[in-house]
Structures are given as C-alpha cells and as structure tokens.
Design a protein around this ligand. Structure first.
Ligand SMILES: [Mg+2]
Length: 384
C-alpha cells in the first residue's frame, strides 16, 4: 500500500494547568502562578505560568526553591478533574479538523492532515482554542513528529510556526543539542565534552564517535540531527492501546487514595474501549515511585473485557502485587490486545452483572452528553 503523505502538527497548550487557573480566576492576571505540591513538604512545581518563568522557575523544580526565586507567586494545589474537562474540550476542537490524532498527554497531541493543509489548519486550531476556550496554545507544523515538536518549541508561547525540510540547515542546525528528543542533561554534558554543542555539530559528527554516547540509538539520533524521523504516527482510532494516567503534584502515601484514582482511570479506559466498540485482553498498570523509577506490569486475561469493574479489578490486583513501598508519583492504567465487538459471554449474566451492564450504559450515555465529570461512582467520593 502506498503511504500517503501528511503534514504533521504538534498542538501543545501553554502552561496548561496555570492557564486554566488564570482562566477561572481572572484576578490572578499578571501574578506569577505555580501549580504543584506544598512548599512545606517536598512538593514540586508541576506547571508554572509564563509570568513565573520570568523569575527562572521551571516545572519539576522543588516548590521551596521556586518560591525563593519568586516570592510573590501564588501557589495552587491543582484541580485535575477541571484540567481533564478542559482537555476534553480541546480534544473536541481537534476532532473537527481531522480524525487522525495521537494524544501524547493531557495538553499535547499530534495531528495529521493532508499534505499542504498544515499551516491553514494550524492557524485555525490556534484561533479556535483561543476564542472558544480562552486558552493559549502553540502549534508546530512540519512533515514529521520531530520537526513539528521543535517548530512548536520555537513558536511558544501562544503562536504557530513551521519548520520544513528546506529549513533544516538554517533553522534546525543552529539549535542546541538539548532540543532533540532523547538528549537530556547527562547526554548533553557528554556531547559537550566531545565539542558537540549544536545540532549541526551532531549532524556532521562521524557515527563511530556517536556510538560511544548513543550505542544502539546512534542511527536514530543521527537521523534526528538531519531532521529525519521514522516514528509511526499512531492515531487514536487505530491505536494499539488505550491508556489514562495521573501524575500527582506531590508524593502520595495513601494506598486508598491510589485505589480511588485507579478506579477513576479504569472507568476512563473502559469508557473509551466501549465507545470504540472494542474490548481488551491485556491490562497494564504503570507506577512511578518517588525516585522516578517507573514500572509497568501487565496481566493477560482469559476473556477480553471492557467493563469498568473488570478493568479496575485487574489494575487493582496488579497494584496489590507490585505496588512496593509508598510514596507513589504517578499511576496509569492501559488496555491493549484489542478485539472488535464486546465479548459475548457464554454464561448467562448474573443479576449483579446485568445490573452493572445497565448502569454502565446509562453512565456512558450521560458521559457522552455532558462530559466525564457528571457521572461518578460512589467510591470516588471517599477521596475527599
Ligand atoms: Mg504544554
């Protein structure tokens, strides 16, 4: 099959959590806003407004340090369900422009559109999100994910920009190596010692030198330095997995709280499975610990599932088996191993199962109509 060519857009909301807070409370206008954990504990900044960034505050910085840099900042704990609600609104806007969307996180998605349509679509999305939701968003446009991502970084904040293959020498090569995915502070340091500072330096460096730093990833990084990115575009409608995750603004020690979040994530995954008429055979739990160590643990089931309670049961059993010691920083639930059509069980459903089936149907209908926050299960109330 001939592969069709697309323009790729990266749409990334600017300082998303802080922008939502500003939107809901205009009195914060002009004041630096930090969303994250408490400065008394070992809380970190999860998002900071551009106002706060002027003081050198960055995300993932300890809150204490952020406040030392920017004593006038307002610290907010964050309202995940509100952010999720706004994210869903943005998602609906994206869907008006293309069905080919790959969601990266709550505030970021790649979109594929017909070749040549990128710039027009990018500007239209920017305007729609600004005018309809009042949120700042940046859009990067190119022919692949890598260049779209970099174009977006350069456009930020609140702007639209493109990098095309003809721009590689003039616009990609002068950039610092840190702009490439996969180059963090440690790798950057190693490359600096080899005299490699810009992407141009990297592009012209012999591969056998790079092998010492990148090993098996040398080819990929070499391609990136030339603006080539062979990563597949994985649109949601043909996704191989459906997942939801939550990063906590500070360490969570409470097992019950994690279980409540697991239930919430499981119903999110269940809803998306049912909406796409699929059921899944494999459930994966993702956990991140305080030291940023991340594990994923899966279970494959004898039957495919799509009910919230089945997904939750699987995720919870994985959690109980592998949760290790608190505190936790992130928890995620993923479903994969899809089969089209909901599983028809050979056994007659028990009255309990029948009741749950009916309830689920009602919840899904309400959710489709009014959004995710209207419908919740009793257990989630205990979180407060
Ligand atoms: Mg963002």
């Amino acid at each position: 099959m001939k592969k069709k060519k697309n323009d790729i857009l990266l749409c990334d909301l600017d300082a998303f959590f802080a922008s939502v807070e500003l939107l809901d409370n205009p009195a914060l206008e002009g004041i630096p806003v930090l969303v994250g954990g408490s400065p008394e504990g070992r809380g970190v900044v999860s998002t900071c407004s551009y106002e706060a960034r002027k003081y050198g505050v960055r995300s993932a910085m300890p809150m204490k340090k952020a406040l030392a840099l920017c004593p006038g900042a307002v610290v907010l704990r964050g309202r995940m369900s509100r952010y999720k609600e706004m994210s869903d609104q943005v998602r609906l806007i994206f869907q008006r422009f293309t069905p080919d969307i790959e969601f990266v996180s709550i505030d970021e998605a790649y979109l594929a559109v017909k070749e040549g349509r990128g710039p027009v679509t990018g500007r239209a999305i920017h305007t729609a999100v600004r005018e309809e939701l009042g949120l700042p968003i940046s859009v990067g446009i190119s022919v692949n994910k890598l260049l779209a991502k970099i174009a977006c970084e350069l456009a930020k904040p609140n702007n639209v920009g493109a990098i095309w293959p003809v721009d590689i020498q003039d616009r990609l090569w002068p950039l610092p190596i840190r702009m490439l995915p996969g180059i963090g502070p440690v790798t950057e340091e190693k490359l600096h010692r080899l005299g490699i500072k810009t992407i141009r330096d990297l592009a012209s460096c012999p591969k056998k030198t790079l092998v010492r730093v990148f090993g098996n990833n040398t080819e990929t990084i070499h391609c990136y330095a030339h603006g080539i990115d062979n990563r597949e575009f994985e649109a949601e409608h043909e996704a191989k997995s459906i997942s939801e995750e939550t990063t906590f603004p500070e360490d969570i020690h409470d097992r019950e709280a994690i279980q409540a979040v697991l239930l919430e994530l499981s119903s999110g995954v269940g809803y998306r499975l049912r909406s796409s008429g699929t059921s899944a055979r494999t459930i994966t739990l993702k956990l991140r610990f305080k030291d940023f160590r991340t594990i994923t643990r899966s279970i494959s089931l004898p039957e495919t599932i799509c009910r919230d309670s089945d997904i939750y049961r699987a995720a919870r059993s994985l959690f109980e088996k592998h949760c290790s010691k608190p505190p936790w920083r992130l928890v995620g639930v993923q479903a994969s191993g899809f089969e089209q059509g909901s599983q028809i069980s050979l056994l007659k459903p028990s009255p309990e199962e029948e009741k749950e089936g009916k309830l689920t149907l009602t919840r899904d209908t309400l959710r489709k109509k009014y959004g995710s926050e209207v419908v919740f299960q009793g257990r989630r109330l205990k979180k407060k």
